[in-house]
Design a protein around this ligand. Structure first.
Ligand SMILES: Cc1cc2nc3c(=O)[nH]c(=O)nc-3n(C[C@H](O)[C@H](O)[C@H](O)COP(=O)(O)OP(=O)(O)OC[C@H]3O[C@@H](n4cnc5c(N)ncnc54)[C@H](O)[C@@H]3O)c2cc1C
Length: 322
């Protein structure tokens, strides 16, 4: 018989080094600021405590989900019936050109760590919010580069054992990895292979990028960055590709914002959830918004693009509790 939330809570409370709470609204753990209460919420920087919590949830038949910094998440207004887990391990180390980062390391901290050591390869990721584990999960990237280009190995738990995958085994693609298709796998650490470069030059590149990013995404904005993935020109239906002006194609991709703009998305809103008037692929919570309005606005935008162009945009943002 499935344990009650109280029984599971007692079980989890006995695990050393695990911080446990219940009833916390996911709005407090997501940058969008939407999401209802979770039955159980646990976080730890210790792998064994994390695995013990996972084992307890599985043995009890309790659903679980792992989150990172919560910057790419839409959480349901009803919250989550089960256990929300966060792995906070943030060990960072370097051996020559190879850097190892715990999945709970803030991505910006990892970027700064590499720049300080004169290691090139992550500087264009400066300013991307969130943690390293999720950056691997979603193959985060910006300015023409993705974390996959520098990922040598990923250590993760596959439900039975802790294993390591090489870059090829991670099956990275644009905002994709094998981990996105195995949502029960937990990333614990990543190894990045970098190259020597001038530290001041790297810092200038990163600072320039952060300045531009902060103008586009003010640090207090409740959002998830881009809602939809950009489109690979070669994968668009021919009739759609023909309508795309050459000037809007960058590195073989067309910004989802271009399609959204043609479909009149800029400035659209539902309750307190709005599309930025300067960027059609940026949705934000202007204060007190709900996940229901957010999802309705996303569906409205998808339907506008489907009607105008005949294809479906795909969300980059991830959902929990739906
Ligand atoms: C203002 C702003 C700008 C952004 N700009 C960019 C950008 O330029 N490029 C870009 O790629 N992204 C961008 N993003 C999106 C976001 O920052 C990235 O997707 C980031 O990698 C999410 O990290 P997180 O720790 O917040 O993950 P979360 O939002 O907490 O989780 C995202 C997903 O990762 C999974 N996950 C988290 N940790 C683990 C783990 N340890 N093991 C397995 N799965 C895990 C979760 O289950 C979830 O499905 C932006 C977001 C914001 C708010």
């Amino acid at each position: 018989m499935m344990p009650t939330t109280e029984e599971m809570r007692a079980h989890l409370a006995a695990i050393p080094n695990l911080a446990l709470s219940s009833g916390v609204p996911l709005a407090l753990h997501t940058r969008f600021g939407v999401g209802g209460p979770v039955d159980l919420y646990a976080e730890t920087a210790a792998e064994d405590a994390f695995l013990a919590a996972l084992g307890a949830a599985e043995a009890g038949g309790i659903p679980f989900v792992v989150i990172g910094g919560g910057t790419n998440l839409i959480a349901s207004d009803r919250g989550y019936r089960g256990l929300v887990l966060r792995f906070r391990g943030e060990a960072l180390s370097a051996q020559r050109n190879r850097v190892t980062a715990g999945a709970g390391t803030e991505l910006q901290r990892l970027v700064d760590f590499t720049i300080d050591r004169g290691l090139k390869g992550l500087e264009t990721l400066a300013g991307i919010p969130g943690w390293t584990g999720a950056a691997i999960y979603g193959n985060a990237g910006a300015y023409g580069h993705s974390i996959s280009e520098r990922t040598a190995a990923v250590r993760f738990f596959d439900g039975r054992a802790v294993r390591a995958f090489s870059n090829t085994e991670c099956e990275f693609a644009y905002r994709e990895s094998i981990f996105k298709r195995h949502k029960d796998w937990i990333i614990f650490a990543a190894e990045l292979e970098l190259e020597r470069a001038d530290r001041d030059e790297l810092r200038r590149t990163a600072d320039g990028i952060v300045k531009v990013r902060n103008e586009k995404f003010p640090v207090t904005m409740q959002c998830a960055g881009s809602i939809f993935k950009n489109l690979l020109l070669g994968e668009l239906p021919a009739a759609v590709a023909e309508q795309v002006p050459a000037a809007v194609v960058r590195e073989g991709k067309v910004a989802a914002a271009w399609f959204l703009e043609q479909a009149g998305a800029k400035g659209a809103s539902r309750g307190a959830i709005r599309v930025a008037d300067y960027h059609a692929n940026l949705i934000y919570n202007a204060g007190g918004g709900t996940a229901a309005d957010l999802c309705a606005l996303i569906q409205d935008l998808k339907s506008r693009v489907r009607t105008r162009f005949g294809f479906d945009l795909e969300e980059e943002v991830q959902y929990i509790g739906f």
